[in-house]
Design a binder for this molecule. Sequence first.
Ligand code: GLC
Length: 602
Amino acid sequence: MNIKSCTILLLFVGMASFSNAQRPAIPSDQRADWFTQARFGMFIHWGLYSAAEGIWKGERLRNGNNYAEWLRYRNRISNKEYTALAKRFDWDKINPEEWVLLAKKAGMKYIVITAKHHDGIALWDTKVSEYSLPKLGKTNRDVIKELAAACKKHNMRLGFYYSHWLDWEHPDGWDHNQELTGRITDEQYDKYWQGKVLPQLRELLTNYGDIAMLWFDMWVDHRTTIVKKEQLEQVIKLVRELQPNCLINSRLGLPTPNPGIDFQTLGDNQFGSTYNDQPWETAGTIAHSWGYNSLENQWKSSSQLLQSLIDNVSLNGNFTLNIGPRADGSVPYEGVRRLEDMGSWLTKNGEAIYGDAGLRFNDPRFDWGRVTTRKITGNKQMVYLNIYNWPLDHLLHLSGILSKVEKAFLIRNGKEEKLSFTQNGPLTLIQLPGEQSDHFVSVVKLEYSQPVQVDPSVVAASEFGGYALNSKNYMHKPDEFEAKPFDGLLPDRLLIHKEGTIIWKVYIPEAGQYTVDISCHNFASADVNAVISANQQQLTVNLKPNGKVVVEPHEQYTDEFADNRVGAFNFTKPGYYEISLKTNLKPEQKLDLNRIWIEKVQ
Ligand code: GLC
């Protein structure tokens, strides 16, 4: 065999190891199972913009969201000048395997890289366009190929971000400015679609082995812009034909639910607020920008990032955390440190995250932290209490689980320390030691010998020993009463504007006298009467009109919320009680209810 045929054979063997279409298709309802198991992944924004570092000709990024990967568009850079950035890449240093090793170290289970971002430049050696990093940078390196090989070597799933909607390079592609300069025609746009989008996706799905997901990025409904439903459906068809198991995210732009979309991507850095049975993720940044921005110093703390991951898992979601390496491939030290912190936490406490979900509590946000649970194996179920705030009195209040706890442990450095606990109705009280077990998040593990039964409507006991009845944890409220979230000025509240009754379910663990306070804002000029009832006892309170309160001198005033003592209830025995608030508002009257606070008289 001569050298030439030997090379051809080797090439063939290499390609064969990357061939993919033969894998059997996983049933569509199980396609995303690996994704929900994985929970934590790495996003990489890397492209020509990385070489500009958020600065253009001495000027920082202009207007908008301060995303460094938007530099070309924001700073109105010409094609010629922008593409010259490709020369600034330091190929001696660039080593995609290092990204994979960093992701491993961080405990991440998949990587998504910007194969093509909005600037239209492919990172791989595309045959479809002149606009690729290898061609513009005059290098024979194909980062995507190298990354795919490193992922395969280290058993890491790989997905591609592909900007389908926006393409600032292609003459028939779309950029926001076409809203002003006149739309390109549908025919022109379809030229871009048929000539670049579909053929490039075909390359990505053919030449790089198993692709775990294609991550599209259109954050408006396609009906409000140039992209046609049929075009998006062509993408789904192509993906299913070439790699049936490859996931597609919701930013493809078709309204969901849609059988072609495998998981929901929330807005940038937007975290979950309610439990969702369907697979979903937050794509978030480790600082602010996605691409490398040298002017940036807003690094999120390790505990904030860990809590974001745990929060999402407790609502059945993933966290895909972005890093923006520099044009020499290096990851800024601040980013590396945070990923290492997360990885070392996950090494010790990973059982509270991987393959886990949450429980459907009345309100999953306990004042000490969040609950995750391992899916049931046999009859056993594990529940993890992820403690963000170690209780000062070392007593952890868990409300809402009715099943009997068999054992409780504190996880300290990967080892289990037995804990004592008591159970009273839906309330489990766990005795903690004086010292928290982890400086970020300490984990308590509860073992149950049967599938855990949750009370979905009971109000959680506060760490401070009382019960806050609010706009999020009621059992029943009239539909017209609108819950409004904390907006930086006004607290979480329920807008009451007519007659109606709100009911909360509370578990009182000890008989005795309990004081009742109500915090609200009465907009009216006259008093409003409210009746709070429980256990056949009725307390009436006369709520005076509230004025404003100064937030900042001479600058900002806002509605005042005042606490009003209503009286006290006598609960003669432990048990469940329904506590109701009945108001009798006239049509022009309005009341913003913040909370009712119930607390045992000591
Ligand atoms: C946005 C931005 C983009 C970034 C993406 C990640 O849609 O346009 O630059 O890639 O969010 O979620």
